[in-house]
Structure formats: C-alpha cells, structure tokens
Design a protein. Structure first.
Length: 249
C-alpha cells in the first residue's frame, strides 16, 4: 500500500495546491510542493523549457521562497521565468498558489484561469480553481468543479474527498454520508481515514476523529497525509501547528 501511495502522490506532485491542496505541491500548510513541474501535455516547446536547467533553478527557487513565506521573492522568480519561458502551465499554477497563500483569491483565480487556458486538460489549474472556491466557503460552486474531476477519474480519492467535504461543510449530511460510504479503506491515499475523521468531528466525536487521523499517520507517508489534513484546518476541525505554538507561549 505504501508503494502505491507513493506512486499516486507522485502523480499529483507538482500539480495542485491542496487544501490549500494547492496542487502545486505540499509546503508548510499542506498546500504546495517544491517539485520541478511537468510540461503542458503535447507541447514540445514547453517540454524543452521544463527540462532547461535555468528554468528548473528559477522554479525551485520560487517554490522554496513560497515555502519560506517569501511571497514577493516567489513572485519575482516567477516573473523572471515568464520573461524567458512564457506560457508555462506550472508557472501560472504556482503563481496562483502564492496568491492563495496570501488570501488574494481574485488574483489566484486569474492565475489558475491563465494556466487552464494554456492547457485546458491540465488537472492542477482546474482543481485549484475549485479549491479557491472552497477556501471562500462557496461550497456548492466548489463541489460542482470537484465533481467534474471525479467524473473524469472515478479513482481520484482527492477529488472525492473534496466533494464529501463540500457537502459536509454546507450542512448536506445525507449526501455527505453517501459519499463517505464510497471510500475504500485500502485505497492508495488516506482519504478514507480523513473523511471519517471529518465526519466524526462534525458529529462532535473528536476522540474518534483523532483515532482516524492516528491510523492514517501510521499507514501513509507524511506527504500523503499533508494533502488531506489542511482541509480539516480550513473547516475548523484542527488547528495549525503555528497556532498551537502561539497558544503555548
């Protein structure tokens, strides 16, 4: 299971902003990932650019700046990339991730839309557009976009997890429970465990919820778990680590 989890994780790395699955990857918030991105599908010039050492260096530096919360530095690196390597899906996706971390959802949406225009089939920009709506608590609108992604790949438990959370956060518990019953406990990713944790949190059963999270931690990698945990923070079920540290002071 761990090997399958790693393979699935690699498929999503460099793509999303999570929870902030900002599927650009996984950084400190469980949102982003400092990975050299894949090129837009079918675009040979973009593929060549993505393998260019200068591009890789600047992209990694931008991702690292974002991880360090140096948003101005990250945007400056992305501006530099755009001058030499214009119209790269992952550059615009990462730019959207920066704006999302800054909670500038208007600019984030514009960046993800630009990425989607460059490659209309790319998973990351479409996921992240839905995620931006989720972060703004526009749950029905977000769910509609996540459902499109799930319809394209019925095995995508990350999209299913977000559909479930949209129902749950919007108070549609009957529909949420239907989706909850669709998760496979032996799946490649810890969606089953995090979905059950969210359900128990919503039912005021925090002890049972923590049990699900501990089980996920014992089975799946930290990176895999980070893809799912931040959504629970966004919904108020968990606290960020930095907030916990502040409370102890």
């Amino acid at each position: 299971m761990l090997q399958r989890s790693q393979n699935t994780l690699r498929r999503w790395q460099g793509e999303c902003i999570l929870g902030i699955c900002l599927v650009a990857g996984i950084l400190s918030m469980g949102s982003l990932q400092a990975q050299v991105p894949a090129s837009p599908s079918g675009d040979k010039s973009a593929a060549a650019a993505a393998s260019n050492p200068e591009y890789q260096k600047l992209y990694n530096e931008a991702a690292q700046a974002l991880q360090q919360k140096d948003y101005a530095g990250a945007l400056a690196k992305l501006d530099a990339i755009e001058k030499s390597f214009p119209n790269m899906v992952n550059v615009w996706n990462l730019r959207g991730a920066v704006y999302t971390e800054q909670r500038d959802f208007a600019k984030a949406g514009e960046a993800f839309a630009k990425a989607g225009d460059i490659d209309k089939k790319a998973f990351a920009p479409r996921f992240n557009m839905a995620e931006v709506l989720f972060l703004q608590k526009k749950y029905p609108e977000a769910r509609a976009k996540f459902e499109v992604l799930l319809a394209e790949d019925a095995k995508n438990d990350l999209a299913r997890y977000k559909v479930f959370l949209c129902y749950l956060a919007n108070g549609e518990k009957i529909d949420a429970e239907k989706v909850l019953n669709q998760f496979n406990f032996a799946g490649d990713m810890p969606a089953y465990y995090f979905a059950h944790a969210a359900w128990d949190f919503s039912q005021n059963n925090p002890q049972d919820a923590q049990g699900w999270l501990q089980s996920a931690g014992g089975i799946y990698s930290q990176q895999a778990n980070l893809l799912f945990v931040d959504s629970l923070v966004e919904l108020g079920y968990l606290k960020r680590e930095e907030n916990k540290k502040d409370e102890k002071k």
